[in-house]
Structures are given as structure tokens and as C-alpha cells.
Design a binder for this molecule. Structure first.
Ligand code: E4P
Length: 218
């Protein structure tokens, strides 16, 4: 199972990478804006800075919504670094763009996925990654994890190579349940990754071990 961090914040990316468990980064235009990154040159430089921290898999999203624009942007984005994966929205021209880019050997991440039908289309088009947004489904009283399970089953039925990248993860149990279901990848905020560390019995147990050592060794 791959762990991606869902942020454009360089300090958070460094912290997750230093933990030794990070396989990639996902960004989107909202996350870039949150870091105050605006303007083509700054955005490009920021993607490069992210690529310089991690080993691979840096998702950079196009902002065009037409086929030609998406291809132009994708071909430009992949010149930044070999680690770039082009994030393409789940719309009609997006599917055409994924097919085209897949045939060209350019890795894609199909984003804004909310149904199994959309997942089938993206896999048929040859997406490298598929990003169903589970938190946003939960937000509107739909079951995001059930969608992940459905897509994993469908992809297994036909041996699709597209990797299921569970996105819009809100808390540690989302992540743990994605692992049980068999999602290939999760992308989540730093606090969800570090949240996996936490258990009160670990803390109290360690405290006791250290106190007992101190008693015997001064
Ligand atoms: C990542 O690829 C998605 O853009 C992200 O997980 C969306 O998360 P949000 O629903 O918290 O904005």
C-alpha cells in the first residue's frame, strides 16, 4: 500500500518523507492556493521543490477543461520532473486526455471521482491512478468507503492496472479501512499519517519501561 501526502506545504512533505513511509504527494489548485502559490512560474517552481523532496509520484493538476488545453498543460508539466503525474478531472475531455496521455506513456491521476461508472471509464482509458473522494461523499451522507470497495472489486474482476488512490481522507479510520478493503494508495493530510502512531497504551507502557530502567540504573 502506498502512502501519499495530500498537501502543497513543503515542511509537511519533508516531515512525512523523513518518517520514511512516504511514496508520493498529491496537490490540487486549492492546496496550491492555500500555500499562496500563484502565477505560472511560481507554480512550476513549487512543483519542482516538491519533486526535490520525494522519490516519485507528485500529482500536479491541470486547470484546462478542454482536450487540447489539458494535453498542452500535461506535456508542459512533465517537463518539470520525471516524478510528475498529471492530474486530470473526470469529465469527457478528461477521459480523452487520459487515453491520449496513457498512449504517450505519461502517467495520469484521474481526479474528482464519485461513482463506480466513472471509475470504469478511467480504467478503460488507461489512468495510472484513480482518485475517488471519500470524505466529500461522507460529507453528503453517501458512503465513501463503500465506493472504494466497489471499485476495488470491479478492477479485480477484470485485472485493470489502474491503482485505486483513496482521496479526500479525513481521519485515521478512513485510512485503516481503505487498507482492509485493499485500496492501492491513500492520500491524506500529515495529521492522518502521524495519527496512526497514537495509542495510550504505547505511551503509558513506554513511560513505565523508562521509569523501571531508571529505578535499576539511576
Ligand atoms: C487529492 O487528490 C484530492 O484533491 C484531495 O484529497 C481532496 O481532499 P478534500 O476533499 O479534503 O479537499
Amino acid at each position: 500500500m502506498k502512502f501519499f501526502i495530500d498537501t502543497a506545504n513543503l515542511d509537511e512533505i519533508r516531515e512525512a518523507y523523513d518518517l520514511g513511509v512516504l511514496d508520493g504527494v498529491t496537490t490540487n489548485p486549492s492546496l496550491m492556493a492555500k500555500e499562496g502559490i500563484t502565477g505560472e512560474a511560481n507554480i512550476r517552481a513549487h512543483y519542482k521543490a516538491i519533486c526535490d523532496i520525494v522519490d516519485d509520484n507528485v500529482s500536479a493538476e491541470v486547470i484546462s477543461t478542454d482536450f487540447a488545453g489539458m494535453i498542452r498543460e500535461a506535456e508542459e508539466l512533465v517537463t518539470i520532473d520525471d516524478k510528475i503525474v498529471v492530474k486530470i478531472p473526470m469529465i469527457k475531455d478528461g477521459i480523452k486526455a487520459i487515453k491520449y496521455l496513457s498512449d504517450e506513456g505519461i502517467r495520469t491521476n484521474c481526479t474528482l471521482v464519485f461513482s463506480a461508472g466513472q471509475a470504469l471509464l478511467a480504467a478503460k482509458a488507461g489512468a495510472t491512478y484513480l482518485s475517488p473522494f471519500i470524505g466529500r461523499l461522507d460529507d453528503i451522507s453517501s458512503d465513501g468507503l463503500q465506493l472504494i470497495a466497489q471499485i476495488v472489486d470491479i478492477y479485480d474482476n477484470y485485472g485493470f492496472e489502474t491503482e485505486v488512490l483513496a482521496a479526500s481522507i479525513r481521519h485515521t479510520m478512513h485510512l485503516v479501512e481503505c487498507a482492509e478493503i485493499g485500496a492501492d494508495v491513500v492520500t491524506c493530510p500529515l495529521k492522518v499519517i502521524t495519527g496512526l502512531l497514537k495509542h495510550p497504551l504505547t505511551d503509558s507502557g513506554l513511560e513505565q519501561f523508562l521509569a523501571d530502567y531508571k529505578k535499576g540504573n539511576g
